[in-house]
Design a protein around this ligand. Structure first.
Ligand SMILES: Nc1ncnc2c1ncn2[C@@H]1O[C@H](COP(=O)(O)OP(=O)(O)O)[C@@H](O)[C@H]1O
Ligand SMILES: [Mg+2]
Length: 375
């Protein structure tokens, strides 16, 4: 008999969708405090006022997006008086695009492609909010991507001052940032800060027990019983902690099970987890790179190219000498960018001279892969 390659009839997945990256889980533990705080900001809007502003801050994979989406879903079910609009700044990077997103949410379709000025879009939004007496709440996810465009000032300022042009209109903003070093108070213009005054809501990284809890729940919902033993789950958690990113863990479970399936087994073995990790670890890389600004991405790419070319360790001084011409930035700004890449666990910075400015830079992924993902 010929070997069969597809075993379409046997699957270990009860529901493969729970391993998709945009799946919003039914059970969402460990974020009660943050959800409470988000809900608290919205309370004034529920009573006819405007929502307080907030900044959600935390490394990638700490549940920021999911938390806001959950609150928004609940809000939509509870009231028509507040209109939550979710804007993903990875896709919508200009003021016009942000307002188009709000327009689409209000009118059910995007503004006509030709001819609507930003003014007309804002007029239509302002009018509708006035007439319908609804309070607007905009989430700018990955808002730091607007910052580097210096668009964030403009977007925040115009949203928070909508009432000046359209009396009675109330708008609040939740900004999500994964950039732990971004000091919004310093980066934003003073006149924006004076109206924004956000509540800071912090999302700490998950520890191993929390990651285990999250993955155990996905396994319970998404797989048939006994496919992942407690021992294998521990191994998966251990591997996940190397990146600290729960998304790697979710992907790792899915891929491990696919390997087991392909081998015709009904349970995941250590070798499946090992093989799956080689792929799953890149989930962290891909997501993190997507949330970088163009300048940061260029720096990372250059670091990857340089570490491919040479065997001795890279130093910050040498890299700076390489990039200052093309990136056109001073050393301090350059070093800040490096620190950001370090805090995102893309590179590791090792101080060599104490007190000195020189550090060694170690790429945390294969240079080849980084160049490829940076594009
Ligand atoms: N507390 C949690 N319980 C269950 N799943 C979670 C939890 N936190 C995060 N996740 C899952 O991890 C992934 C990343 O979460 P996300 O909200 O996108 O993080 P962030 O926006 O901080 O990068 C998503 O697939 C999400 O469903
Ligand atoms: Mg997010």
């Amino acid at each position: 008999m010929q070997k069969r390659f597809l075993h379409a009839d046997q699957t270990l997945f009860r529901d493969v969708d729970v391993f998709e990256i945009d799946h919003v889980p039914d059970l969402f533990d460990y974020r009660e405090k943050q959800l409470d705080e988000l809900a608290f900001q919205i309370r004034p809007a529920l009573r006819g006022g405007r929502s307080l502003n907030a900044v959600c801050r935390g490394l990638p994979g700490t549940g920021k997006t999911t938390s806001v989406l959950r609150i928004f879903t609940e809000l939509e079910q509870a009231t028509k008086k507040v209109l939550p609009v979710y804007v993903n700044c990875q896709n919508d990077r200009t003021k016009y695009m942000v307002y188009s997103r709000i327009y689409a949410k209000i009118f059910g379709h995007a503004p006509p492609r030709t001819g609507l000025s930003i003014r007309s879009v804002m007029d239509a939004i302002g009018d509708a909010l006035q007439k319908r007496e609804i309070s607007l709440l905009v989430c700018l996810d990955d808002a730091n991507l607007l910052q580097y465009n210096s668009t964030l000032n403009d977007v925040l300022n115009s949203l928070l001052r909508l009432h000046q042009d359209y009396p009675g209109v109330r708008a609040g903003v939740f900004a999500i940032v994964s950039d732990m070093d971004l000091d919004l108070g310093r980066e934003l213009d003073a006149w924006v800060v004076s109206v924004f005054r956000p509540t800071m809501i912090y999302f700490p990284i998950y520890d191993a027990d929390e990651i285990r809890g999250i993955l155990r729940e996905r396994v319970r919902v998404g797989l048939y019983p006994n496919v992942v033993s407690p021992e294998m789950l521990n191994r998966i958690v251990e591997q996940t902690m190397e990146t600290g990113d729960v998304r790697v863990g979710i992907d790792l479970v899915k891929r491990s099970v696919m390997y087991a399936e392909a081998a015709g087994r009904t349970a995941v073995l250590k070798e499946d987890v090992m093989a799956a990790y080689e792929q799953a670890k890149h989930v962290h890389l891909a997501f993190t790179i997507r949330s970088l600004s163009a300048g940061e991405r260029r720096l990372l790419r250059r670091i990857a190219e340089l570490s491919r070319e040479q065997t001795e360790p890279l130093t910050s001084g040498a890299v700076y000498a390489e990039v200052k011409g093309t990136l056109k930035i001073g050393y301090t700004a350059f070093f800040k960018r490096l620190c950001k890449l370090d805090s995102l666990r893309l590179v590791t910075l090792i101080r060599v001279q104490s007190g000195g400015r020189s550090s060694e830079i170690m790429l945390r992924y294969e240079a080849e892969k980084v160049v490829e993902v940076c594009g």
